[in-house]
Design a protein around this ligand. Structure first.
Ligand code: C2E
Ligand code: MG
Ligand code: MG
Ligand code: MG
Length: 286
Protein backbone atom coordinates (compact mmCIF):
# COMPACT_ATOMS: atom_id res chain seq x y z
CA UNK A 1 0.00 0.00 0.00
CA UNK A 2 2.74 2.34 1.03
CA UNK A 3 4.49 1.41 -2.16
CA UNK A 4 1.37 2.15 -4.16
CA UNK A 5 0.92 5.49 -2.52
CA UNK A 6 4.60 6.24 -3.13
CA UNK A 7 4.15 5.42 -6.74
CA UNK A 8 1.12 7.65 -6.97
CA UNK A 9 3.01 10.46 -5.34
CA UNK A 10 5.82 9.92 -7.75
CA UNK A 11 3.44 10.05 -10.71
CA UNK A 12 1.81 13.14 -9.31
CA UNK A 13 5.25 14.73 -8.96
CA UNK A 14 6.33 13.91 -12.51
CA UNK A 15 3.10 15.06 -14.07
CA UNK A 16 3.58 18.32 -12.19
CA UNK A 17 7.07 18.60 -13.67
CA UNK A 18 5.65 17.91 -17.07
CA UNK A 19 3.17 20.70 -16.67
CA UNK A 20 6.04 23.04 -15.98
CA UNK A 21 8.06 21.89 -18.99
CA UNK A 22 4.90 22.07 -21.05
CA UNK A 23 4.38 25.68 -20.00
CA UNK A 24 7.99 26.47 -20.83
CA UNK A 25 7.54 24.90 -24.24
CA UNK A 26 4.43 26.99 -24.87
CA UNK A 27 6.25 30.14 -23.80
CA UNK A 28 9.24 29.24 -25.96
CA UNK A 29 7.00 28.75 -29.00
CA UNK A 30 5.15 31.99 -28.44
CA UNK A 31 8.45 33.84 -27.96
CA UNK A 32 9.65 32.53 -31.31
CA UNK A 33 6.36 33.57 -32.93
CA UNK A 34 6.50 36.98 -31.22
CA UNK A 35 9.83 37.64 -32.90
CA UNK A 36 8.47 36.60 -36.32
CA UNK A 37 5.32 38.65 -35.89
CA UNK A 38 7.09 41.74 -34.64
CA UNK A 39 5.46 41.78 -31.20
CA UNK A 40 8.54 43.08 -29.37
CA UNK A 41 9.08 46.78 -28.84
CA UNK A 42 11.66 48.93 -27.12
CA UNK A 43 10.87 51.45 -24.44
CA UNK A 44 13.39 54.10 -23.50
CA UNK A 45 14.28 55.48 -20.08
CA UNK A 46 16.10 58.81 -19.69
CA UNK A 47 19.58 59.05 -18.14
CA UNK A 48 20.10 62.55 -16.80
CA UNK A 49 23.34 64.42 -15.98
CA UNK A 50 23.12 65.31 -12.28
CA UNK A 51 25.16 68.54 -12.64
CA UNK A 52 23.09 70.12 -15.43
CA UNK A 53 19.80 68.23 -15.49
CA UNK A 54 20.38 67.62 -19.19
CA UNK A 55 19.62 64.37 -20.95
CA UNK A 56 22.81 62.30 -21.23
CA UNK A 57 21.32 59.24 -22.88
CA UNK A 58 18.50 56.72 -22.95
CA UNK A 59 18.43 53.02 -22.04
CA UNK A 60 16.54 50.71 -24.40
CA UNK A 61 14.41 48.15 -22.51
CA UNK A 62 12.53 45.39 -24.28
CA UNK A 63 8.77 44.82 -23.92
CA UNK A 64 6.51 42.22 -25.46
CA UNK A 65 3.25 43.60 -26.83
CA UNK A 66 1.26 40.40 -26.39
CA UNK A 67 -2.01 40.30 -28.40
CA UNK A 68 -4.02 39.07 -25.38
CA UNK A 69 -1.90 39.84 -22.32
CA UNK A 70 -0.91 43.38 -23.23
CA UNK A 71 2.52 44.72 -22.32
CA UNK A 72 4.74 41.96 -20.90
CA UNK A 73 7.91 42.94 -18.97
CA UNK A 74 11.31 41.27 -19.55
CA UNK A 75 11.30 39.54 -16.11
CA UNK A 76 8.70 37.16 -17.55
CA UNK A 77 10.66 36.01 -20.58
CA UNK A 78 14.32 37.12 -20.64
CA UNK A 79 15.62 34.32 -18.39
CA UNK A 80 13.93 31.64 -20.50
CA UNK A 81 15.16 33.30 -23.69
CA UNK A 82 18.68 33.17 -22.24
CA UNK A 83 18.30 29.48 -21.36
CA UNK A 84 17.00 28.37 -24.74
CA UNK A 85 19.22 30.67 -26.77
CA UNK A 86 16.38 32.75 -28.25
CA UNK A 87 18.03 35.78 -26.65
CA UNK A 88 20.55 35.72 -29.51
CA UNK A 89 18.06 36.51 -32.33
CA UNK A 90 15.93 38.64 -29.97
CA UNK A 91 19.04 40.57 -28.89
CA UNK A 92 20.06 41.08 -32.52
CA UNK A 93 16.61 42.56 -33.17
CA UNK A 94 17.02 44.84 -30.12
CA UNK A 95 20.34 46.10 -31.48
CA UNK A 96 19.00 46.79 -34.98
CA UNK A 97 15.86 48.47 -33.63
CA UNK A 98 17.77 50.66 -31.14
CA UNK A 99 20.22 51.77 -33.85
CA UNK A 100 17.40 52.44 -36.32
CA UNK A 101 15.52 54.51 -33.72
CA UNK A 102 18.65 56.44 -32.76
CA UNK A 103 19.32 57.31 -36.39
CA UNK A 104 15.69 58.39 -36.86
CA UNK A 105 15.94 60.70 -33.82
CA UNK A 106 19.19 62.15 -35.12
CA UNK A 107 17.58 62.79 -38.51
CA UNK A 108 14.68 64.51 -36.72
CA UNK A 109 17.21 66.79 -35.01
CA UNK A 110 16.82 65.40 -31.48
CA UNK A 111 20.03 65.06 -29.49
CA UNK A 112 19.31 62.15 -27.15
CA UNK A 113 22.96 61.63 -26.15
CA UNK A 114 23.52 57.89 -26.44
CA UNK A 115 21.41 54.74 -26.57
CA UNK A 116 22.33 52.04 -24.04
CA UNK A 117 21.49 48.45 -25.00
CA UNK A 118 21.59 45.51 -22.56
CA UNK A 119 23.65 42.46 -23.55
CA UNK A 120 23.18 39.09 -21.86
CA UNK A 121 25.86 36.45 -21.29
CA UNK A 122 24.48 34.19 -23.99
CA UNK A 123 24.82 36.94 -26.62
CA UNK A 124 28.27 37.72 -25.36
CA UNK A 125 29.48 34.18 -26.03
CA UNK A 126 27.47 33.60 -29.21
CA UNK A 127 30.37 34.02 -31.62
CA UNK A 128 28.63 36.37 -34.05
CA UNK A 129 28.28 39.31 -31.66
CA UNK A 130 30.80 41.52 -33.45
CA UNK A 131 29.14 40.91 -36.85
CA UNK A 132 25.72 41.64 -35.37
CA UNK A 133 26.91 44.93 -33.88
CA UNK A 134 28.67 45.96 -37.09
CA UNK A 135 25.57 45.04 -39.10
CA UNK A 136 23.26 47.10 -36.89
CA UNK A 137 25.57 50.13 -37.07
CA UNK A 138 26.14 49.92 -40.84
CA UNK A 139 22.50 49.26 -41.67
CA UNK A 140 21.26 52.20 -39.60
CA UNK A 141 24.04 54.70 -40.06
CA UNK A 142 24.06 55.44 -36.32
CA UNK A 143 27.45 56.86 -35.31
CA UNK A 144 29.12 54.16 -33.12
CA UNK A 145 29.89 56.66 -30.34
CA UNK A 146 26.11 57.04 -29.79
CA UNK A 147 25.76 53.35 -28.96
CA UNK A 148 26.59 51.88 -25.55
CA UNK A 149 26.35 48.33 -24.23
CA UNK A 150 25.45 47.40 -20.66
CA UNK A 151 26.87 44.10 -19.44
CA UNK A 152 26.90 42.60 -15.97
CA UNK A 153 29.93 41.54 -13.97
CA UNK A 154 28.90 37.87 -14.17
CA UNK A 155 28.85 38.03 -17.97
CA UNK A 156 32.44 39.24 -17.95
CA UNK A 157 33.67 36.97 -15.17
CA UNK A 158 32.34 33.88 -16.94
CA UNK A 159 35.42 33.98 -19.12
CA UNK A 160 37.62 36.92 -18.08
CA UNK A 161 40.40 36.50 -20.64
CA UNK A 162 38.07 36.19 -23.63
CA UNK A 163 35.98 39.06 -22.30
CA UNK A 164 38.93 41.44 -22.32
CA UNK A 165 39.55 40.66 -26.00
CA UNK A 166 35.88 40.89 -27.01
CA UNK A 167 35.27 44.12 -25.08
CA UNK A 168 38.39 45.56 -26.68
CA UNK A 169 37.07 44.74 -30.16
CA UNK A 170 33.70 46.34 -29.39
CA UNK A 171 35.37 49.43 -28.03
CA UNK A 172 37.65 49.61 -31.10
CA UNK A 173 34.47 50.10 -33.15
CA UNK A 174 33.87 53.27 -31.13
CA UNK A 175 31.02 51.85 -29.03
CA UNK A 176 30.93 52.64 -25.28
CA UNK A 177 30.82 49.99 -22.55
CA UNK A 178 29.15 50.07 -19.17
CA UNK A 179 28.93 47.61 -16.27
CA UNK A 180 25.30 47.12 -15.23
CA UNK A 181 24.11 46.38 -11.68
CA UNK A 182 27.60 47.11 -10.37
CA UNK A 183 28.37 45.93 -6.84
CA UNK A 184 26.22 42.81 -6.91
CA UNK A 185 28.60 40.51 -8.82
CA UNK A 186 31.91 38.92 -8.10
CA UNK A 187 34.34 41.04 -10.06
CA UNK A 188 37.14 42.34 -7.90
CA UNK A 189 38.04 45.99 -8.04
CA UNK A 190 41.52 44.94 -9.14
CA UNK A 191 40.15 43.10 -12.17
CA UNK A 192 38.08 46.13 -13.19
CA UNK A 193 41.07 48.03 -14.49
CA UNK A 194 41.83 45.28 -17.02
CA UNK A 195 38.58 45.91 -18.86
CA UNK A 196 38.18 48.66 -21.43
CA UNK A 197 35.19 50.40 -19.84
CA UNK A 198 33.51 53.81 -19.98
CA UNK A 199 31.12 53.70 -17.05
CA UNK A 200 29.74 51.85 -14.04
CA UNK A 201 26.09 51.67 -13.09
CA UNK A 202 25.61 51.47 -9.32
CA UNK A 203 23.02 48.79 -8.62
CA UNK A 204 19.56 49.89 -7.54
CA UNK A 205 19.83 47.91 -4.29
CA UNK A 206 22.41 50.44 -2.99
CA UNK A 207 20.58 53.49 -4.31
CA UNK A 208 17.40 52.40 -2.51
CA UNK A 209 19.01 52.86 0.92
CA UNK A 210 20.32 56.36 0.25
CA UNK A 211 20.58 58.53 2.31
CA UNK A 212 19.31 56.68 5.45
CA UNK A 213 21.41 53.53 5.26
CA UNK A 214 25.01 54.24 6.28
CA UNK A 215 26.34 51.11 4.51
CA UNK A 216 24.63 51.97 1.22
CA UNK A 217 25.97 55.51 1.48
CA UNK A 218 29.50 54.23 2.10
CA UNK A 219 29.34 51.75 -0.77
CA UNK A 220 27.97 54.36 -3.17
CA UNK A 221 30.62 56.91 -2.23
CA UNK A 222 33.37 54.30 -2.57
CA UNK A 223 32.18 53.21 -6.03
CA UNK A 224 32.05 56.84 -7.20
CA UNK A 225 35.57 57.55 -5.89
CA UNK A 226 37.15 54.45 -7.41
CA UNK A 227 35.34 54.82 -10.73
CA UNK A 228 36.48 58.42 -11.07
CA UNK A 229 40.08 57.52 -10.20
CA UNK A 230 39.93 54.96 -13.00
CA UNK A 231 38.53 57.56 -15.39
CA UNK A 232 35.05 56.02 -15.52
CA UNK A 233 31.69 57.77 -15.45
CA UNK A 234 29.21 56.75 -12.78
CA UNK A 235 25.51 56.16 -13.35
CA UNK A 236 23.06 55.49 -10.50
CA UNK A 237 20.07 53.32 -11.36
CA UNK A 238 16.73 53.20 -9.58
CA UNK A 239 16.64 56.83 -8.43
CA UNK A 240 13.10 57.25 -7.13
CA UNK A 241 13.09 60.35 -4.93
CA UNK A 242 14.68 63.78 -4.75
CA UNK A 243 16.67 62.97 -1.57
CA UNK A 244 18.50 60.25 -3.49
CA UNK A 245 19.01 62.53 -6.49
CA UNK A 246 20.37 65.36 -4.35
CA UNK A 247 22.71 63.05 -2.45
CA UNK A 248 24.05 61.58 -5.71
CA UNK A 249 24.56 65.01 -7.25
CA UNK A 250 26.55 66.18 -4.22
CA UNK A 251 28.55 62.94 -4.12
CA UNK A 252 29.64 63.59 -7.69
CA UNK A 253 27.69 60.78 -9.38
CA UNK A 254 27.61 61.83 -13.04
CA UNK A 255 24.30 60.44 -14.25
CA UNK A 256 21.02 59.47 -12.60
CA UNK A 257 18.39 57.10 -13.95
CA UNK A 258 15.13 56.10 -12.32
CA UNK A 259 11.42 56.69 -11.99
CA UNK A 260 12.06 60.18 -10.52
CA UNK A 261 13.67 61.28 -13.77
CA UNK A 262 11.34 59.30 -16.02
CA UNK A 263 9.92 55.84 -16.52
CA UNK A 264 10.73 53.72 -19.55
CA UNK A 265 8.41 54.94 -22.32
CA UNK A 266 7.70 54.32 -26.00
CA UNK A 267 10.01 56.04 -28.50
CA UNK A 268 7.40 58.56 -29.64
CA UNK A 269 6.60 59.62 -26.07
CA UNK A 270 10.15 60.21 -24.84
CA UNK A 271 11.02 62.19 -27.99
CA UNK A 272 7.88 64.31 -27.67
CA UNK A 273 8.54 65.08 -23.98
CA UNK A 274 12.14 66.13 -24.53
CA UNK A 275 11.58 68.04 -27.76
CA UNK A 276 8.73 69.95 -26.07
CA UNK A 277 11.02 70.72 -23.14
CA UNK A 278 13.74 72.02 -25.48
CA UNK A 279 11.24 74.20 -27.33
CA UNK A 280 9.96 75.63 -24.03
CA UNK A 281 13.53 76.43 -22.94
CA UNK A 282 14.33 78.06 -26.29
CA UNK A 283 11.18 80.18 -26.10
CA UNK A 284 11.96 81.19 -22.50
CA UNK A 285 15.48 82.24 -23.49
CA UNK A 286 14.17 84.71 -26.08
P1 C2E B 1 18.43 46.60 -16.08
O1 C2E B 1 19.22 46.66 -17.34
O2 C2E B 1 19.17 46.75 -14.81
O3 C2E B 1 17.32 47.74 -16.27
C1 C2E B 1 16.79 48.49 -15.23
C2 C2E B 1 15.43 47.97 -14.79
O4 C2E B 1 15.00 48.72 -13.67
C3 C2E B 1 14.34 48.15 -15.84
O5 C2E B 1 13.39 47.09 -15.68
C4 C2E B 1 13.71 49.46 -15.44
O6 C2E B 1 12.38 49.63 -15.88
C5 C2E B 1 13.77 49.35 -13.95
N1 C2E B 1 13.81 50.67 -13.29
C6 C2E B 1 14.28 51.84 -13.79
N2 C2E B 1 14.18 52.83 -12.89
C7 C2E B 1 13.64 52.29 -11.78
C8 C2E B 1 13.27 52.82 -10.49
O7 C2E B 1 13.44 54.01 -10.18
N3 C2E B 1 12.73 51.94 -9.59
C9 C2E B 1 12.53 50.63 -9.90
N4 C2E B 1 11.97 49.86 -8.96
N5 C2E B 1 12.86 50.10 -11.10
C10 C2E B 1 13.41 50.91 -12.03
P2 C2E B 1 12.85 46.25 -16.92
O8 C2E B 1 12.63 47.15 -18.09
O9 C2E B 1 11.71 45.44 -16.43
O10 C2E B 1 14.08 45.33 -17.27
C11 C2E B 1 14.56 44.37 -16.37
C12 C2E B 1 15.84 43.74 -16.83
O11 C2E B 1 15.65 42.99 -18.03
C13 C2E B 1 16.93 44.75 -17.19
O12 C2E B 1 17.58 45.22 -16.02
C14 C2E B 1 17.83 43.91 -18.07
O13 C2E B 1 18.68 43.11 -17.30
C15 C2E B 1 16.83 43.01 -18.78
N6 C2E B 1 16.57 43.56 -20.12
C16 C2E B 1 15.70 44.52 -20.49
N7 C2E B 1 15.75 44.74 -21.83
C17 C2E B 1 16.70 43.89 -22.31
C18 C2E B 1 17.23 43.62 -23.62
O14 C2E B 1 16.87 44.25 -24.63
N8 C2E B 1 18.18 42.64 -23.72
C19 C2E B 1 18.63 41.95 -22.62
N9 C2E B 1 19.56 41.00 -22.81
N10 C2E B 1 18.15 42.16 -21.39
C20 C2E B 1 17.20 43.14 -21.24
MG1 MG C 1 20.64 47.92 -18.01
MG1 MG D 1 20.79 47.94 -14.39
MG1 MG E 1 19.43 46.41 -12.23
Amino acid sequence: RAKERGKNNFQFFTSDMNAETFEQMLLENSLRRALERGEFELHYQPQVATATGKLAGVEALIRWRHPELGLVLPATFITLAEQNGLIVPIGAWVMREACRQGRAWLDAGWDFGHIAVNLSARQFSSGDLLDTIRGALDQSGLPPRMLEFEITESTIMHNPQESITLLGRIRDMGVALSIDDFGTGYSSLASLKQYPLDSLKIDRSFVTGIPQDADDVAITEAIIAIAHKMGLQVVAEGVENSEQAEFLRRAGCDIAQGFLLGRPMPASEIARQYIEMEVRKAVAAH
